[in-house]
Ligand binder design. Structure first.
Ligand code: DGL
Length: 262
């Protein structure tokens, strides 16, 4: 049993897709969520920039004495995880590396991914999926930063966004893939528009497998908490009001203070 907190982070509200599932599955845990609103978007940043950013976030969580950090951010899981995984003595759960263990076993022949440019350029999805299933064909596509912007600006359901969504989605659909991984934590919020152009069953949200893995792993290592000591604590690096407003349809924050941490 371990009642120390679990840290969860992303560049903004995207990681709340993971966070909200985790809270439902493990309600006794103590959570700290960090939204790096000052540095968003991550998807267009260089490897060096992403390493600096991720180290800073990990050091913050280290100061908070966490037992684990959930890297609810595909871009830093893709680009920074391998470099920093040995640097910390708490457990790191990177979304791509964790979810691919399950997705690779799903008996599909060809999988497409939609992600940020940085994630696509790293080929992390292809490498991880083929590590567990070498026969699997993988087609990766990096989307415009506008996809993340739409969600952060709370305009994810606006019809005017359709052309930019369709343009990128079509690139992957033309490859005749069996499934499409929404490989950026912001994208599940775009699902209702995306399903206007593709069957809803084609999309995979890695968070669904990710949170079950985390729960099982904490249990196996006797690290589950037995007592919720406080409500989740939220930190952002800038603009707490915007974070609160855009997050409201995904996670109810109105009762909770949002603290600034730079
Ligand atoms: N939501 C993040 C991811 O999963 C990063 C989005 C961004 O800031 O570009 O990759």
């Amino acid at each position: 049993m371990d009642n120390r907190p679990i840290g969860v982070y992303d560049s903004g509200i995207g990681g709340l897709t993971v966070f909200s599932k985790l809270v439902k599955l493990l309600p006794n845990e103590n959570y700290l969520y960090f939204g790096d609103t000052e540095n968003i978007p991550y998807g267009t940043k260089s490897r060096e920039e992403l390493l600096t950013i991720t180290h800073k976030i990990m050091n913050f969580f280290k100061e908070q004495n966490v037992k684990a950090v959930v890297m609810a951010c595909n871009t830093t899981s893709a680009v920074a995880y391998d470099t920093l995984k040995e640097d910390y003595d708490f457990t790191l759960y990177p979304v791509i590396q964790t979810a691919c263990k399950v997705i690779a076993d799903m008996d599909e022949k060809k999988i497409g991914t939609l992600s940020t440019e940085a994630t696509a350029n790293s080929h992390a999805y292809k490498k991880q999926l083929q590590k567990y299933n070498p026969a699997l064909e993988v087609f990766e596509h990096g989307c415009s930063g506008k996809w993340v912007e739409m969600v952060e600006n709370h305009s994810q359901n606006k019809k005017e966004n359709e052309p930019i969504l369709r343009e990128h989605l079509n690139v992957v659909l033309e490859q005749n893939v069996d499934k499409i991984i929404l490989g950026c934590t912001h994208y599940p919020y775009l699902r209702s528009l995306l399903t206007d152009f593709a069957g809803k069953d084609i999309f995979i949200d890695p968070a669904e497998y990710f949170v079950y893995y985390i729960a099982q792993d904490l249990k196996n290592n006797d690290k589950l908490a037995n007592k919720k000591e406080y409500e989740p604590k939220f930190f952002v690096s800038s603009n707490p009001e915007k974070f609160k407003n855009s997050s409201e349809i995904f996670y109810k924050l109105e009762e909770l203070p949002i603290l600034i941490k730079r």
